[in-house]
Design a protein around this ligand. Structure first.
Ligand SMILES: [Zn+2]
Ligand SMILES: [Zn+2]
Length: 210
């Protein structure tokens, strides 16, 4: 059996216990794998920030490797994956408005093929844009004046804060259709959630079909 002498632990060990080093005449490291591991962990302990920097940089340069290792880990740990998705589901349940905004943004991107900058507009007066009812940060909805399905974009100029009932009732309507509904005599615009919007179909006024 071919052996090699380790200068660290000062013992002779089989060559398989040494890493290869092309620059050495022997072609092997002067210390064994075990000693190498100990030296490395000692260095890492003494140079924590430097080590973190190196790791961060490596992860940045090897994104595909990081993703593959993540995939591999998840395949071997189905319980971890289940916990992870439960966490995501719970977060979505707690943050329905964030999910809605995210979905709107995605729909907008899909419709226009161009990623758009998302600027959060504030709600200084806390009043619904359409009905003027008071809204809170918890209850308000983002409404697109021109619906995304009709070509509106998810940009600040096309977004208003509204109450939940207005947003849901307006749905995919053209803003002019919606405004006509607001100002119709048959329709009390001050309480749109109590009186459902009506439409004239020749036989009298009928509730709008959403
Ligand atoms: Zn050794
Ligand atoms: Zn409203």
């Amino acid at each position: 059996m071919q052996t090699h002498y380790c200068l660290q632990c000062e013992t002779s060990k089989p060559v398989e216990d040494f890493y290869k080093d092309k620059n050495k005449s022997t072609g092997l490291y002067s210390h064994c794998k075990k000693c190498h591991g100990a030296m490395t962990s000692r260095w890492k302990k003494q140079n924590k920030t430097r080590n973190n920097d190196i790791n961060t940089q490596w992860r940045k340069n090897n994104k595909s490797k990081v993703a593959a290792s993540k995939r591999n880990y998840e395949q071997r740990h189905p319980d971890y994956v289940a916990r992870k998705y439960k966490r995501i589901r719970d977060w979505k349940r707690r943050n329905p408005m964030r999910v809605q905004r995210w979905n709107n943004r995605r729909r907008s991107r899909k419709a226009f093929g161009v990623p758009q900058r998302w600027v959060k507009s504030d709600c200084p007066d806390n009043l619904c844009y359409w009905c003027g009812n008071e809204i809170s940060e918890q209850t308000r909805h983002v409404d697109h004046i021109m619906p995304i399905s009709l070509g509106g974009q998810a940009v600040d100029s096309n977004e208003v804060w509204t109450c939940k009932p207005c947003n849901l009732k307006k749905h995919k309507r053209h803003p002019l259709t919606w405004l006509a509904m607001q100002f119709d005599n048959q329709y009390d615009s001050h309480s749109p959630h109590v009186n459902p919007p009506q439409q004239h179909n020749g036989n009298g006024w009928q509730p709008w079909k959403l």
